[in-house]
Design a protein around this ligand. Structure first.
Ligand SMILES: *[C@@H]1O[C@H](CO)[C@@H](O)[C@H](O)[C@H]1NC(C)=O
Length: 358
């Protein structure tokens, strides 16, 4: 077992030992599936092999006899997300295996690769299990999209993985809440077991970034619509065969322009497309932050400036008042609330989710 100290030197290694392998397109046109192991529709033998690589099996207990409509939406969203994650980590394993430029880790290479391969297989089982449940309930399984990822080196790939995994960790809270509200208690235990798995992954991504494995006492919550929107920022538009069977909301993009955001109270800069706002009265809009299990924080848009159809503005970020570590989800809403919960924010949101990690 390697020490934390050895792992935290990986970021240096990634920079100083980058191999001149150059860019190679492993998945032309963003087309990942089917994988060589048959995923997303592996045979029985192939599934057995995935279980070996995942160091564990699909649940073999029968699913509950019935599910609510909202519960089905939960499963569809989870399937969409897991398919995206399989694509992402499959490509990351490819890049590290082949030591593409920016992906040669030097010391620690084998340990990281071994960990990432287990994650790929575990995500494959999450997806197979969820699409299997959909089939069991006579619903259409979710089909994979084509994907494109905005990263070209190991450190930014891990930072992005940490961010979207945090969104998943928040959204699965919402999924369990929705199951609970609709009497789908038979699905809560399995989803909770996946939350733990994703949390273990998150700790690993933190250590790889020389961050503490555990961020917050109570992780930031999210709602399904935010995750649904965030996943689509990694899909090639029009490439998801049956995403239209998922009845969730897609928000317009909110760009977080500030970079390397420090753990301190400050103003942050954001932008959105003016024509998507449905108003030109910028004072009628609010910038809302969701962090931990706290009541959403509402701030006004300061100094909105419109140029070339883009609205740029600042908003106060009250880090010290609420200890806003970990994931913060930002959204621009119609009106100032007050918003009692993340659900209320999503109800009133036009732009989002802006993802901030501290
Ligand atoms: C893998 O490397 C290619 C080439 O640099 C890059 O385009 C892609 O985004 C990378 N994927 C991941 C998940 O790091």
């Amino acid at each position: 077992m390697r020490s934390i100290i050895a792992l935290s030197t990986l970021s240096l290694a990634a920079i100083s030992f980058a191999a001149p392998a150059g860019k190679r397109d492993a998945y032309p046109n963003g087309e990942f599936f089917p994988l060589p192991n048959g995923f997303p529709n592996p045979s029985t033998d192939q599934t057995k092999q995935i279980e070996l690589e995942a160091f564990g099996t699909l649940p073999n207990s029968p699913p509950p006899p019935k599910i609510s409509t909202d519960g089905l939406t939960n499963l569809k969203l989870i399937a969409l997300n897991e398919l995206f994650e399989v694509a992402y980590f499959t490509e990351l394993v490819y890049n590290v295996t082949n030591k593409l430029h920016g992906y040669d880790l030097g010391y620690g290479h084998e340990f990281v690769l071994d960990s990432l391969k287990a994650i790929v297989a575990q995500e494959e089982l999450h997806a197979i299990n969820t699409n299997g449940a959909l089939q069991n309930f006579k619903a259409e399984p979710i089909q994979p999209c084509k994907y494109s990822f905005p990263v070209t080196d190991f450190q930014s790939a891990i930072a992005l993985a940490a961010t979207f995994t945090d969104v998943v960790l928040g959204t699965l809270q919402d999924v369990n809440q929705v199951f609970a509200k609709n009497g789908d208690d038979g699905l809560v235990r399995a989803v909770s077991s996946v939350i733990g798995n994703e949390g273990e992954q998150e700790g690993f991504y933190h250590v790889l970034q020389s961050k503490r494995p555990s961020t917050l006492p109570f992780l930031t919550t999210s709602v399904r619509d935010f995750a649904f929107t965030a996943i689509q920022s990694f899909t090639i538009p029009g490439s998801c065969p049956n995403i239209n069977t998922i009845p969730l909301k897609t928000f317009k993009p909110l760009n977080v322009l500030s970079t390397n955001i420090k753990a301190e109270t400050q103003n942050l800069q954001f932008s959105f497309a003016a024509s998507d706002a449905g108003t030109q009265d910028w004072n009628s809009l609010s910038l809302v932050y969701i962090n931990q299990q706290n009541t959403p924080v509402v701030k006004s848009l300061q100094n909105p400036v419109v140029a070339n159809g883009v609205v740029t503005f600042q908003a106060a970020f009250p880090f010290d008042e609420f200890e806003m570590n970990g994931l913060t989800i930002a959204a621009v809403t119609r009106g100032p609330g007050p918003f009692a919960s993340a659900d209320d924010v999503a109800q009133a949101a036009i732009f989002g989710p802006g993802l901030i990690e501290i």
